[in-house]
Design a protein. Structure first.
Length: 368
């Protein structure tokens, strides 16, 4: 996946894995003739050597001595639920590629609120008290809690929808403050996902949308879908939930609204309860459309969204840059420019559905 840095004067494309912007520089070298000099007394030479060592120590950049002495960086991870599949795995994998060794050069402190967003503030405060070197905030609610807890410790965000609109940063190209990371714009997902749903199920006129209401990010997604649904002639049946106990009633609401398909807005809460959601969808004969591939792999029909794996890998590079001295304010927030389409043909056949060839040839992942 290729990512872009959104800059004021245009776009600077970055490498699809490292995101490193390549620049070539050159330096000229001058030859200097060695000057002959009269040997000095040995004691004078030794005194100069000692003075040089002292001066060298004094001009070392901040933190250089700590790194040389075996500095162990502490990375805090804040999530409203157990982090979605691949988040921590991708982070650890890429940090290893970048040369970090867990337990020797880094430690990872994970805090998740077990589905209760009201606990995020206390957990963010706890990470601040631990004096972690950087906080990885998984989704918008966690990012807001981290922002409220500290204006000093760098925060790297992931899986957040429109960080400008949710008040996390004033600008993607110049986030300022102590926040940077990876995000996606909901308008890239909501409308396109509904278009693909309509292409796959042209007879569907009513679609249910399920999301975790306490998370402000998915709510923005639903708003964008609402505007697109009118253009496509689709009526949305909204199914906001606050806890797992709301699922049965939500599906009953969808049935009363004669929903012919279900769109789930993935976040940490929804990912944790994926099995229960898919089971209820099967019971109600609802094909499921989602954002990330795990839903398709678990029995959903289609998924369209940014590569979760690439987002998981990218945050490691932000953390690496920050640990090496970069300031979050100077690191533009990245957005994916390519999205993945996954289709579960096996599920379609089980439901008596035929996926159009026009969709199949565009799919990045097909389960047969």
């Amino acid at each position: 996946m290729i990512y872009t840095h959104v800059l004021d004067g245009g776009q600077v494309m970055s490498d699809d894995r490292t995101g490193t912007i390549m620049r070539q520089t050159g330096r000229s070298s001058n030859e200097c003739a060695a000057a002959a000099h009269r040997p000095e007394p040995r004691g004078w030479v030794l005194r100069l050597g000692a003075l040089g060592l002292v001066l060298a120590f004094l001009v070392l950049p901040p933190g250089a001595g700590a790194q040389g002495a075996g500095k162990i960086y502490r990375i805090g991870v804040l999530s409203p639920e157990v982090p979605p599949p691949g988040v921590l795995e991708g982070l650890r994998e890429e940090l290893r590629e970048l040369g970090y060794v867990e337990g020797k050069t880094i430690t990872i402190e994970t805090r998740h609120a077990e589905g209760r967003n009201d606990r995020l503030a206390a957990m963010a405060d706890e990470l601040v008290r631990l004096k972690v070197d950087v906080i990885l905030a998984v989704n918008t609610a966690a990012a807001q809690a981290a922002k409220n807890a500290t204006a000093v410790i760098p925060i790297v965000v992931t899986r957040v929808a429109d960080p400008v609109r949710t008040g996390l940063v004033p600008s993607l190209s110049r986030p300022g403050g102590n926040i940077t990371g990876v995000s996606f714009q909901p308008e890239e997902l909501g409308g396109k996902r509904l278009e693909m749903l309509k292409e796959a199920l042209p007879g569907v006129s009513s679609v249910a949308v399920l999301w975790y209401a306490p998370n402000p990010g998915p709510t923005i997604n639903v708003e964008e879908m609402q505007s697109s649904s009118k253009r496509l002639g689709i009526r949305l049946v909204r199914l906001p939930v606050q806890s797992p106990s709301d699922f049965v009633a939500a599906f009953a609401t969808g049935a009363r609204g004669r929903a012919g398909a279900l769109v789930v807005i993935d976040d940490a809460f929804v990912s944790r309860h994926r099995g229960q959601i898919l089971e209820l969808a099967t019971r109600h004969s609802l094909p499921v459309f989602s954002q990330f591939m795990p839903f398709v792999e678990g029995g959903g029909l289609m998924a369209y969204g940014p590569s979760a794996r690439q987002m998981n890998l990218r945050v490691a590079h932000y953390i690496d840059k920050i640990l090496k001295g970069a300031k979050p304010a100077d690191l533009p927030i990245e957005q994916p420019t390519q999205y993945e389409l996954g289709i579960n043909v096996k599920k379609a056949k089980a439901m008596g559905l035929t996926i159009p060839q026009s969709l199949l040839i565009r799919a990045d992942h097909v389960i047969e």
